[in-house]
Design a protein around this ligand. Sequence first.
Ligand code: DC
Length: 240
Amino acid sequence: MMIIRSGKNSFAAMPGEKKINIAIDGYSACGKSTLARGLADALGYLYIDSGAMYRAVTWYFIEKGTDIGDPAGIRAELDRIDVRLERRGNELITLLNGRDVSEEIRRMDVSEKVSEISTLPELRAKLVRLQRAMAEKGGVVMDGRDIGTVVMPGADIKIFMTADFEVRVQRRMAELKGKGIEATFEEVAENLRHRDHIDSSRKVSPLKKAEDAVLFNNSELTRGQQLTWARNWAGVRLTM
Ligand code: DC
């Protein structure tokens, strides 16, 4: 792999160089998307929020009134669903059949149902196909639950993020508040517990650390410190 180092323990892909892929996995509300977006911006790469794709599909079924516990009903609709991520300026927009659903997919009712829908193998196969196509040419930072294990097992850099539970709840509450959504500590805590359980115990591509991923607990780090750590780690990892 041809990577030009821009300094000790940091790196930059140069024009004409093969761009690498970076996989970031971990529990809900660990700060994966903030770090992934920051890294992508710093490197001029594309950020792909795979969770937004699962959320968009969940939103679709909630709007349609489909019984989430009815896999046959969901399977029957899958071919009618088109999910895309598009960059508009600095924003990553989530499109479901052409409609911008970036705000709707953050609602609590979507958060409550998304893990259950995400256990469906046929849905996973469809979204994994789309995610792999986006990463084909390299130059991607993708975050999710199965990115380092299933979507991009060959990713050049894999990070598995975790943070103390209380920190995660506080961070998610702050994020929701920023979007004008009020939720109590207990509501958010219950949602995270519920999703941790389903995401880690499902049969198809459960959340787990890839063997070659580095474990990163960011409970006590600011966003800036996390980004510095990740850039340094990328530099170290690429020389191994
Ligand atoms: O990253 P997030 O919290 O927005 O993801 C929402 C849900 O989507 C998560 O609880 C499980 C599912 N998901 C998944 O199963 N696989 C992924 N690669 C990303 C998300």
